[in-house]
Design a protein around this ligand. Structure first.
Ligand code: GDP
Ligand code: MG
Length: 450
């Protein structure tokens, strides 16, 4: 995607405003990007429609070029659909908080049960895991192993001891009974959280839904988390809808995000069910687990590295009003002054924190170089020199002769060579600004456009 979008944006870059044709071309690329990321077709259609509408009515901001503005709209919409900010777990007023896991077989429920238990334990909670998957012979053993690794106790039925009333054992064969006893055990042993692992099927079926529904009715959970494999692709919508109708869920956990999947399923599920994604599972180890961040997911779906973070930084650092003022000045022929130059260098200094981020970006070599070569102390030197000039000298540096130069150098604690160098650099920047004004694009000096 990056390459394709970059070239579309290159076409947009030199234009001051977005035309309908520009927007349509960009929206086409966004559509393709989303389909590549396996976002459901119906969701893509709705999404691009919304983006198009917003792009048509958007105010042109001084800090961003039109292409960046479209990216920003796309990103804002993505983040909004993905829930805006992370939604934390809801805890019961009276413990234990009951968390029920549901999803297809192989989605990663049992693995997630362990990850979530460890995560909560690390936060000072005392979870109890319940093995209510009695479908597969080794499902209980798997949860026991996971629980041991997480250092969290597991409540499980004991094979072949039907009706045994030991606290750590339950009626074999009946997942609803196991779940119920698990809850009773959590209450009596004062666990503040109960995590219930359930059985899944390879596909959606009535029996599976019935069982999950029965466990839900027996426990009245505070959270029902629908666990879904990010690699599921176009099936995401149908599966999520089936679970939403069959069991209902309060939140989503996306698993296997360590794989190739760009996470289109996240957008599909969030968009179709309106349920927030709480966590992401990113590997087989218990620690491969993250709180879900809509903004990071949006970048991943768009496959644009941290370009968006960069855009936000740029927008903050480069005040839109100043940009407009400057553009007006350039257009009216008043010209770019040394004071403007100083302001811009100060803004570039504010963006020093971008150095780190640039390392993460694909295809940003030129810009990275510009910022790498940027010495922050240089800004202070420039400031000292400009402050030592008279207003007349700042307006028309041409009048700076040998004696003026010596006076400025002395006043700013620099040398005549330093003053000369600054004047040369200013001249270069001025030419560049004039060129940009002609091309219609407003960028940051030395940075080019994204
Ligand atoms: P369940 O049937 O829903 O309980 O799924 P499991 O927890 O048994 O997971 C099925 C398989 O997927 C196992 O081999 C897990 O190790 C693997 N798995 C689970 N979560 C992840 C993940 O986030 N990334 C990767 N790579 N594998 C995972
Ligand atoms: Mg399982």
């Amino acid at each position: 995607l990056s390459d394709r979008l970059t070239s579309t944006f290159k076409n947009l870059r030199t234009k001051g405003r977005l035309s309908e044709a520009d927007i349509d071309a960009t929206v086409r690329e966004i559509r393709r990007a989303l389909l590549d990321a396996d976002v459901a077709v119906s969701v893509v259609r709705e999404f691009t429609g919304k983006v198009r509408e917003r792009a048509l009515s958007v105010e042109v901001s001084g800090a961003l070029n039109p292409a960046q503005q479209v990216v920003k709209i796309v990103n804002d919409e993505l983040v909004a659909i993905l829930g805006g900010a992370n939604r934390p777990l809801v805890f019961a007023k009276t413990p234990p908080t009951v968390i029920l896991l549901a999803g297809l077989q192989g989605a990663g429920k049992t693995t997630l049960a362990g990850k979530l238990a460890l995560h909560l334990r690390n936060q000072g909670h005392t979870p109890l895991l319940v093995a209510a998957d009695l479908q597969r012979p080794n499902a209980v053993t798997q949860l026991k192993i996971v629980g041991e690794r997480a250092g969290v106790p597991v409540f499980a039925p004991h094979p072949g001891t039907q009706g045994h009333a030991d606290e750590s054992q339950a009626v074999a064969g009946d997942p609803v009974a196991v779940a119920r006893e698990g809850l009773a055990t959590a209450v009596s042993r004062q666990h503040d959280i109960l995590i219930v692992d359930t059985a899944g099927r390879l596909g959606v079926d009535a029996e599976l839904m019935q069982q999950a529904g029965d466990i839900r009715d027996a426990l009245d959970p505070d959270e029902i988390l629908f666990v879904i494999d990010a690699m599921i692709g176009q099936d995401a919508v149908a599966t999520a809808q089936a679970f939403a109708d069959g069991v209902g869920f309060t939140g989503v956990v996306l698993t296997k995000l360590d794989g190739d999947a760009r996470g289109g399923a996240a957008l599909s599920v969030a968009s179709v069910t309106g349920r927030p994604i709480l966590f992401a599972s990113t590997g087989e180890k218990l620690t491969d687990f993250e709180v879900f961040h809509p903004d990071r997911m949006a970048s991943r779906i768009l496959d644009m590295g941290d370009v968006l973070t960069l855009i936000e930084q740029a927008e903050k650092a480069f005040d839109a009003d100043q940009a407009e003022e400057l553009a007006a000045k350039l257009a009216s022929g008043t010209g770019f002054t040394l004071e403007d130059f100083l302001v811009q260098m100060q803004q570039l200094k504010q963006m020093g924190s971008m150095k780190k981020m640039l390392g993460m970006l694909p295809g940003m070599g030129q810009m990275r170089e510009a910022i790498d070569n940027f010495d922050e102390r240089e800004v202070d030197r420039v400031e000292a020199i400009v402050r030592s000039m008279t207003p007349g000298e700042r307006r028309s540096p041409k009048i700076i002769n040998g004696s003026r130069r010596a006076r400025i150098a002395k006043g700013s604690g620099t040398t005549a060579t330093d003053v000369n160098q600054l004047l040369e650099r200013f001249e270069g920047a001025r030419k560049m600004m004039a060129q940009m004004a002609k091309g219609g694009g407003m960028g940051l000096p030395g940075m080019g456009n994204l």
